[in-house]
Design a protein around this ligand. Sequence first.
Ligand SMILES: O=P(O)(O)OC[C@H]1O[C@H](OP(=O)(O)OP(=O)(O)O)[C@H](O)[C@@H]1O
Ligand SMILES: Nc1ncnc2[nH]cnc12
Length: 182
Amino acid sequence: MDTEYIKSQLVPHPDFPKKGIVFLDMFPLLRNPVAFETLITNFVHHLTAVTIAKSPNRKIDVVVGLDARGFLFGPIIALRLGAAFVPVRKQGKLPGKCHSASYEKEYGVDSFEMQADAIEPGQSVVVVDDLIATGGSAKAAGELVAKSGGKILEYLFIIELTFLKAAEKLDAPLYSIVQVDD
Ligand SMILES: O=P(O)(O)OC[C@H]1O[C@H](OP(=O)(O)OP(=O)(O)O)[C@H](O)[C@@H]1O
Ligand SMILES: Nc1ncnc2[nH]cnc12
């Protein structure tokens, strides 16, 4: 089963980057091409099914990836879907006019930016990242998409820390491949 295989590639690191956090490292998954392909295929099949169920004639226009680990697989999903890839970056990295939103996360505070002309009003958007913990970064990304007039179809993650109940903070459905419940 995809889920078990993908889960088996994630390596927990207790007390990183600070005491009390169990950091789930996704990089071993990317070192294994079969697991990486399984991951991408899972996301693409899921998104194809969701798109068909919602509106067979409508495609996903934009895949938004979050800095930094969402950049590692978001562009691949975008290419497979024939969609644009748009990065949401930490503050001060993007040139031109940007929208910005600040947020609190599992181990700190940060601010995100997205180029103001990257998404056109009415475009269908999915947001991807490796992991959702408190949901602070995903929520901030959602605010940036909304400022551009994009419509979020779904938020997608490899890992969801379900005990933090982040799904309740989001304005669109959440899909995750691996759920961690404690
Ligand atoms: O749901 P949240 O509580 O917002 O936490 C999840 C976010 O935290 C991690 O990124 P991090 O900010 O550590 O940055 P990195 O990808 O640059 O390591 C992770 O990749 C998510 O983006
Ligand atoms: N527990 C965790 N493991 C990996 N990345 C994270 N980002 C936020 N929380 C994390």
